[in-house]
Design a protein around this ligand. Structure first.
Ligand SMILES: [Zn+2]
Length: 142
């Protein structure tokens, strides 16, 4: 049996509690379109500043636009967040091939990278990504 994937986010139909509409979109994507996306950026800024004032911790920044799309990390988002804080940032969302990791690190990104879709929806393994980073002289644990 062939597994269907959401046309928008690539979730497989085998994911629990997910259904698909006639446009081949999953229920998570179709319900998110019906939400009110009014964001209070002033409030968000205050929350960010409050978190930034904590003595430790890091920011895990997920690019919702890139997450699951496997087209690469959202460099502009992470550059902008880096300008706002000296705390470590974990960049999440978008990697689809090993070169996405090296391009990102070579663009002076200082932090950690978190990924999932590359390992679920491509042929690449974590070991292949690490070897690609090593070949680019980027320190990595094997
Ligand atoms: Zn979806």
């Amino acid at each position: 049996m062939e597994i269907r994937y959401c046309k928008a986010c690539l979730f497989p139909e085998t994911k629990p509690d997910l259904s698909f509409n006639d446009k081949e979109e999953c229920s998570a994507c179709s319900s998110s379109k019906n939400k009110d996306f009014e964001i209070d950026w002033g409030q968000r800024k205050l929350e960010f500043e409050k978190m930034h004032q904590c003595n430790d911790g890091e920011f895990v920044v997920n690019s919702v636009d890139c997450d699951g799309m496997i087209n690469g990390f959202d460099k502009i988002l992470y550059q902008n967040v880096s300008r706002l804080t000296s705390k470590p940032i974990v960049a999440l969302g978008g990697a689809g091939m090993p070169s996405h990791f090296t391009e990102f690190v070579q663009a002076n990104y200082k932090g950690a990278l978190a990924t999932a879709s590359i390992y679920h929806f491509t042929q690449f393994t974590p070991q292949e990504v690490k070897k690609t980073l090593m070949r680019a002289n980027i320190p990595v644990r094997i």
